[in-house]
Design a protein around this ligand. Structure first.
Ligand code: 6R9
Length: 645
């Protein structure tokens, strides 16, 4: 393991808001006096009615999490209106299209007008405070307008990633009973079109219950429009004004739902609320990226993921920042695209995922070296553990040895960054997310939940609440309690394994539950399994993750076929296509092994430990197989493994 240490560059110690002494003092205060600390930092947003209560949280019993509970505010007001006095003509969003010849800049005034129009379009369609609106959009400014329009009128948005299938979309529409959908005719990524509106039509055919579909014209491709249900955004926008009041929202009113995969069952609707979420997103954005006025900041995530919510939209805009939104992919038209965009828009801070770094690293240094990147000051990483080799390449080649890297660990559930370096305060160790952010109390526990001290490995819990924490699973509070607070009673369990070193630095080692992290996207093994067994030729399936050079983890499926069905290359392709269609391309298995039987205990439990080892091509020591009902199946599994080295 690489134990190189990168000191804080002198220029950074000078420029940054937080140096090491300040980090220590602020962190200590945030732990000793959370009420005082957050009462102070809660002032960073505008309150229509100031809060008098700060923290009211309980991880036991029914689990209740409330922050700033009697305060009244509005997220869109904070992200737009309050900046208009000084920043009306400042660029809020730089949009860079899939095609390098397409880009545009949206000022705060323009953002205000567009968001108000979108909000009025929703109001005209009877969308009210508390109603759910599903957003299924490409990475175009209208996606941001849609989210902020919901926030403005108090509707709850549920953004569904454009790569999800009609069935996945239908499931999410049904779960939160959303009656209104905002989409586009087609998306455009890497020169390829994505049939978003057609997918919405197919989803609604399944879910029912949708009264209105607002369609943004992106590509001009042919789509069917239902004359009663569907409306073109540009036509609807023509007949509304650019003024719309901000709804008065209680700090604990819901802001959004975001579906995410867990170890069991269907995806959960992670529920985030208004006040605490915004305070935490904006504060982490300011300090982790050391955002100063005039900086150009770029996060490459999709708004369909939490990183897009907190660090393309809400955090940066709450801080009056200029945030770049990119429609395309890292390797289109060439492997230099990211670096060309950085030069074109003079980007200072660049925040991306290890999977993109590893893919670009494979393309060599030349596509990077031919660009200048002189504007870059800070690099960031998120989504999965970054291997030290990729870290060093990012640091040396992309950042020319002068830009610190903030490796930020967090989750959809946490709302914002929890473990991270601060660029002016923290010495960096490649591969470590380093130290907790203010107000965050990590704890490493053993399998029984016993807290471990010092340099140790175990499971990562957080022992007390922070303002950005999710409040519930939408419509299923019991599931919230069961999933996060029952494994280790009284603690929030992250699902991640973690090591702490002698310096108190945290090293996230990956999921310890049945969640696989494919290119930074979370997939539940159970979801892929249920999709596979839906296929008429499949009798049983077990899915595990295995190490993958670029994606971090790949999806490995063991499939038992129905009696009389013969395995074939064709069937393998058919099953991959089936899962792609059923869930979406991100869930497509990388490897399928046909196996006449699965290793089960006598009580019928599949021994995944064995399946993981075989998928990793590490079957020398399979551990104890004596409890297997039929030990012979293991030989067949080993002989037919798909990852032979
Ligand atoms: C923000 C986001 C969360 C899971 C999380 C962990 C992994 C995220 C990481 C990281 C190591 C980092 N993860 N950031 N692992 N180092 N810097 O990615 O949310 O999609 O919910 O995924 O991603 O395993 O539990 P989400």
């Amino acid at each position: 393991m690489s134990e190189a240490v990168h000191e804080v560059p002198a220029a950074w110690a000078k420029r940054a808001y937080i140096d090491d002494a300040k980090y220590q003092a602020m962190y200590q205060r945030s732990i000793d006096d959370p009420n005082g600390f957050w009462a102070e930092h809660g002032q960073r947003i505008h309150w229509m009615t100031p809060f008098t209560k700060v923290k009211n949280t309980d991880y036991n019993g029914d689990v209740s999490i409330k922050w700033f509970e009697d305060g009244v505010t509005n997220v869109a007001y904070n992200c737009i209106d309050r900046h208009l006095k000084n920043r009306a003509d400042q660029v809020a969003i730089i949009w860079e299209g899939d095609d390098p010849s397409e880009s545009k800049k949206i000022t705060y005034q323009e953002l205000h007008d567009e968001v108000c129009r979108m909000a009025n379009i929703l109001r005209l369609r009877n969308v009210e405070k508390g109603d759910r609106v599903t957003i299924y959009m490409p990475m175009i400014p209208e996606a941001a307008y849609a989210m902020l329009a919901c926030a403005r009128i108090g509707a709850i948005h549920s953004v569904v990633f454009g790569g999800f299938s009609p069935d996945s979309l239908a499931q999410r529409i049904t779960d939160c009973e959303s009656k209104c959908i905002i989409t586009a005719d087609e998306g455009l990524r890497g020169g390829r079109k994505v049939p978003l509106k057609a997918n919405v039509d197919a989803a609604i055919a399944k879910s029912g219950g949708v009264d209105h579909v607002i369609v943004v014209r992106r590509t001009g491709g042919a789509v069917e429009m239902d004359p009663v249900r569907d409306v073109w955004y540009h036509e609807a926008a023509d007949v509304v004004t650019a003024e719309c009041p901000c709804a008065e929202m209680n700090a604990e009113d819901p802001l959004f739902i975001l579906y995410t995969s867990g170890s069991t069952g269907k995806p959960k609707g992670v529920l985030h609320t208004t006040g605490g979420y915004l305070v935490f997103a904006s504060m982490t954005h300011q300090y982790v990226f050391d955002y100063h006025d005039g900086d150009i900041y770029w996060c490459t995530a999709d708004v369909g993921w939490v990183t897009g919510h907190s660090y393309i939209l809400y955090g940066p805009l709450a801080n009056g920042a200029t945030t770049l939104m990119f429609e395309g992919v890292p390797n289109y038209p060439t492997n230099s695209r990211f670096w060309e965009v950085i030069d074109k828009h003079k980007v200072n801070t660049f925040y991306t995922a290890p999977t993109a770094i590893r893919a670009l690293m494979q393309a060599g240094d030349e596509p990077v070296k031919k660009t200048s990147r002189a504007s870059l000051r800070l690099l960031g990483s998120v989504g999965e553990p970054i291997n030290p080799e990729a870290w060093e390449w990012y640091y040396r080649v992309v950042g020319d040895n002068r830009c610190p890297i903030v490796d930020t660990w967090w989750q959809t559930e946490t709302g914002g960054i929890l473990i991270t370096p601060l660029p002016g305060a923290t010495k960096l160790k490649p591969g470590s997310a380093t130290r907790p952010f203010f107000g965050v109390k990590p704890q490493i526990v053993d399998a029984e939940g016993k807290p471990l001290e010092g340099a140790v490995s175990g499971n990562l819990c957080i022992t007390d609440s922070w303002p950005g924490q999710m409040r519930s699973v939408y419509g299923d509070h019991q599931r919230f309690i069961e999933t996060y607070f029952k494994t280790y009673p009284g603690k929030y369990f992250t699902g991640d394994g973690c090591r702490r070193d002698e310096d108190g630095y945290y090293w996230i080692t990956g999921r310890v539950d049945d969640v696989i992290n494919v290119s930074g996207h979370r997939m539940g093994t159970a979801e892929v399994e249920s999709s596979l067994v839906l296929h008429e030729k499949v009798s049983e399936a077990a899915v595990v993750g295995y190490p993958h050079d670029i994606k971090g983890q790949g999806i490995y499926a063991y499939v038992t076929l129905m009696n009389g069905v013969e395995p074939s290359e064709e069937l393998r392709k058919e099953l991959v296509a089936h899962v792609r269609k059923d869930i979406g391309p991100i869930a497509a298995p990388d490897k399928i092994q046909f196996s006449p039987g699965l290793p089960k205990t006598r009580s019928g439990k599949i021994m995944r430990r064995i399946l993981r080892k075989i998928a990793e091509d590490d079957f020398g020591n399979l551990g104890d197989t004596s409890t297997l009902a039929d030990p012979a199946v293991v030989d067949d599994l080993v002989n037919n493994r798909q990852n032979k080295k």
